[in-house]
Write a protein that binds this ligand. Structure first.
Ligand SMILES: [Zn+2]
Length: 230
C-alpha cells in the first residue's frame, strides 16, 4: 500500500513588548522559533485537500501554543544596553544543561582512565577525583561563558530588540508598502527568507498591557484568522 506523506516546517515570528527591569524603558523583541507539522494518508482514501487541512489545523494549534509561552524573549535593551536578569538566568541554565551532558561524559572518560591506570598499578582514587572535578568545572565554566553576559554591552548589536519609535516607523512603512511588519523586520536582519520553511508571523503582543500595537498588526487579529483550530 502506498502511503502519502505531507509535511512542512514553520518558522514563526512574534514581536513582544516588554519593560526593562534596569532602566524602565519599554522595548520590543522579535521572538523566533520553529516546528514541523506532518501527516500521512492513503491516496485513494485521503484527498490532498483533506491532508492540507489537517496540516493547517496542526499548525494553527502549535501557533496558539507558541503565543501563550512567555519568558523566551531575548533582547538587549536599546535604552541601557543590558539584558534582563531573567534572560541571563535562563540562558545560563540552558547553556549549563547542555554542558552538563558533556561534563558527565568527560567524568566517565576520567573514570575509564583511572581504571586503566589503576589496573596498571600506578594510579590512585585521587587521580580520578581530580580528573572528574576538572571536567565538571570546565563544563560549568564553558556554559557560563557561552550564556548571555551581564552588565552594559556597549559593543554588542541586537537588531532584534528596538524602542517604540522604531516600531512606529516600521508600522508606517508597512502601511505604505502593504507589507507584513514582522516579515520586513526578519528580512532586515537575515537578508533572505529561511530555507525550506514557511515563514509565519504571529503578529505583535504587548506584554506590558499598554496595547501599544495597532490592532491590525496585533496577535489577536492573526489568531482570529487562524480560526479556533477545529
Ligand atoms: Zn534598559
Amino acid at each position: 500500500m502506498v502511503i502519502k506523506e505531507l509535511s512542512y516546517k514553520v518558522h514563526h515570528l512574534q514581536a513582544r513588548r516588554i519593560r526593562c527591569e534596569h532602566c524602565g524603558e519599554p522595548f520590543t523583541c522579535l521572538v523566533e522559533g520553529e516546528f514541523k507539522v506532518a501527516t500521512s494518508g492513503i491516496p485513494i482514501v485521503n484527498s490532498d485537500e483533506a491532508m492540507h487541512k489537517a496540516l493547517a489545523k496542526q499548525a494553527g494549534k502549535r501557533l496558539r501554543a507558541v503565543d501563550g509561552k512567555f519568558g523566551r524573549e531575548v533582547g538587549l535593551c536599546p535604552g541601557c544596553r543590558r539584558y534582563q536578569p531573567w534572560m541571563i538566568r535562563r540562558s545560563r541554565w540552558t547553556s549549563f544543561s547542555v554542558q552538563v551532558g558533556g561534563a558527565l561524559a568527560a567524568m566517565f572518560l576520567a573514570f575509564g582512565i583511572f581504571c586503566a591506570v589503576f589496573i596498571s598499578g600506578s594510579g590512585t582514587v585521587g587521580n580520578c577525583i581530580v580528573l572528574a572535578s576538572i571536567s565538571a568545572g570546565a563544563g560549568i565554566g564553558i556554559s557560563w561563558l557561552r550564556a548571555l553576559p551581564g552588565g552594559v554591552q556597549k559593543k554588542r548589536k541586537d537588531p532584534g530588540a528596538v524602542p517604540d519609535a522604531d516600531m512606529n516607523r516600521l508600522f508606517a512603512h508597512c502601511r505604505e508598502t502593504e507589507r507584513e511588519p514582522l516579515v520586513e523586520w526578519y528580512l532586515s536582519i537575515h537578508d533572505s527568507p529561511p530555507k525550506d520553511r514557511v515563514l509565519v508571523s504571529l503578529g505583535c503582543r504587548d506584554l506590558i498591557g499598554e496595547e501599544f500595537f495597532p490592532p491590525e498588526f496585533g496577535s489577536e487579529a492573526v489568531l482570529e484568522q487562524l480560526g479556533d483550530g477545529e
